[in-house]
Design a protein around this ligand. Sequence first.
Ligand code: NAD
Length: 717
Amino acid sequence: MVYQGNRITVTMLEDGIANMQYNAENESVNKFDAETNKQFGEAVSALEKADDVKGLIVTSAKSVFIAGADITEFVGSFKKSESEIKDWVIHVNDAFNRFEDLPFPKVAAINGAAMGGGCEMTLVCEYRVMSDKAIIGLPETQLGIFPGFGGTVRSTRIIGIDNALELIATGTPKKPLDALKLGLVDATVPADDLQDAAIDLVKKCISGELDWKAKREEKLAPVKLNQLEQAMAFNSAKGMIFAKANPKQYPAPALAIEAIEKHVNLPRDKAIEVEAAGFAKAAKTPQAESLVGLFLNDQLVKKLAKKHSKLAHDINEAAVLGAGIMGGGIAYQAASKGLPIIMKDIKSEQLDLGMGEASKLLGKMVDRGKMTPTQMGETLSRIRPTLNYGDFSETDIVIEAVVENPNVKRAVLKEVEGLVKDDCILASNTSTISITFLAEALERPENFVGMHFFNPVHRMPLVEVIRGEKSSEEAIATTVALASKMGKVPVVVNDCPGFLVNRVLFPYFGAFDLLLKQGADFAHVDKVMEKFGWPMGPAYLIDVVGLDTGVHGAEVMADGFPDRMKPDYKGAIQHLYENNRLGQKNGVGFYKYETDSRGKPKKTADDATYELLQATSDSDKQTFDDQAIIDRTMLAFCNETVRCLEDNIVSTPSEADMAMIMGVGFPPFRGGPCRYVDQMGLDNYLALCEKYAHLGKAYEAPQKIRDMAAAGETFYS
Ligand code: NAD
């Protein structure tokens, strides 16, 4: 035994070959947490002293090779100053460099995911052999940082500048054959042959058949490209990378490129210093804070879903009422995840439409090679379209997705309750109507919950599971489990009009309407909000949702929260709706829509909109700078999110932030509305509320923020 730790051991195999094995005790995966970093340094020290080692393989005893750094530790580490972060990274790198400098050949045997620090561990070896079941990559930029354990230095020297930039900037992991083509690994083998293959490679190095020292030398020296070749590589990579992600919103790829440009002509140790400085700079950006927070929030939300689903009943068959946009989408999603589902409507043409849509989506998967025609047939056969309730007696859950009309919904729910078994769960996909109110029509309100999918169902990850006053824990648990089974991320919320996501979205639309009334140009507002990071501005969003749906929802929300969601004027959305402008669905809303060559609606400007909007805008038009537009709309949005926390509609800032990112596309690099308030600083936020409080209650600071500011608290402290 050369070294024994509870994360890493180094044992001797045969013929002077050592095995450095990662096997974190009581953990499901190996990762580079502080303890592993410490043990790695100790193991390298032990190897420096061991004079009987002729070669070494690096292995993992888990199904994952090494998952990467321990992201939970980033929160604390990134609070340190930039120079402290740089010193910490250089300290960790010291062990990696010393490992690389050991006087014998080293081969990584990559059995499973080698991500981030895991990939960097393999790069300090001279050779890498990969199981055909493994993946490898440097996904750090997705967390707003870039590789800091020598990853940018060694990858550029091993696979070339252009390949390394692509690997780092996109963060996309590579499958074995792709990794082999890139030169990121030297061989791929069947999983069972991995260790033998790694030992074989080390033996070839020891015998001199392979020149491992030359391989190492390449990594220690500057990159072998002349100035012109380097310039070309950087320019083309920048073009490609910046076209994909705006560097102002996602600065990590740009910072990685900046660091690589500075270090490609330096020897290893100097290059590592440059990388460490760049890493520290990236770690201190608000985007890194948001994206690391987002990763942790995502994990928390998934953990909560598991906890919530403990009391779940088995779901072997489901039914959906309504074969419209949502019902059809829900049926498709259930079937594609292997769940048989009955789809009932009152109109046969709607059933045809629902099935047609499912076939279209599945056909695309077949075209892309993601599914065979046989699998497509099997999936489609799981959806049973019907005009009657014949088979409902066996179903475990019925999801109601009929028109958004409380009377229709109450009647339909009451009717179906009489036809299903006693423990069948009923779930409504209503967007706005209170679950407690709908439950009043039922004999067994305890079996009734809200299950709010977002449009388009197959794309949008969020499902709000809504607890009505009488919903049982079993009903919540079963619905949460179903949402997870359907590949969605459930967030459990308490009942109120609009629940969480729409309750927050309507004041945002209200703030948009008020800006238009006072003279703002809707196309300009869209541009500003898209630059802020939203996938679409509010005018475009309401066009996609449908102005009829928006007006309908606004009425429900105005009844629920008249103090801040009932305007005393007629807004632009209402006025356009009254002029039969429904948005994309009838080809004209704020914008005009034409179908492009790929059959997708393409928006164009429409002068008639401006003429129509004269009727709802003030005669003394004001002008607004970009910041005022952002502040007013975001205040309305964030204030309502905080009110949902105050009213216990949602339990934690983490769930609120995740729901807003997954449900309405809040800019991920801003981390969600609570993170946005934190990053602005609560006192600054309060000052903004003060500035705009005269516009109405939606802009007034919620008491919770005042209390938190007074106590010096933040949402994520
Ligand atoms: P839709 O108008 O496209 O479809 C409604 C379907 O229900 C129609 O096919 C209609 O024939 C059918 N229907 C009406 N009465 C019925 C009955 N008694 N039994 C069976 N089917 C009946 O509407 P949609 O957009 O799919 O919305 C459905 C529900 O989902 C609404 O409550 C809506 O608020 C909610 N929702 C919609 C969206 C969205 O973006 N469209 C998003 C989330 C939630």
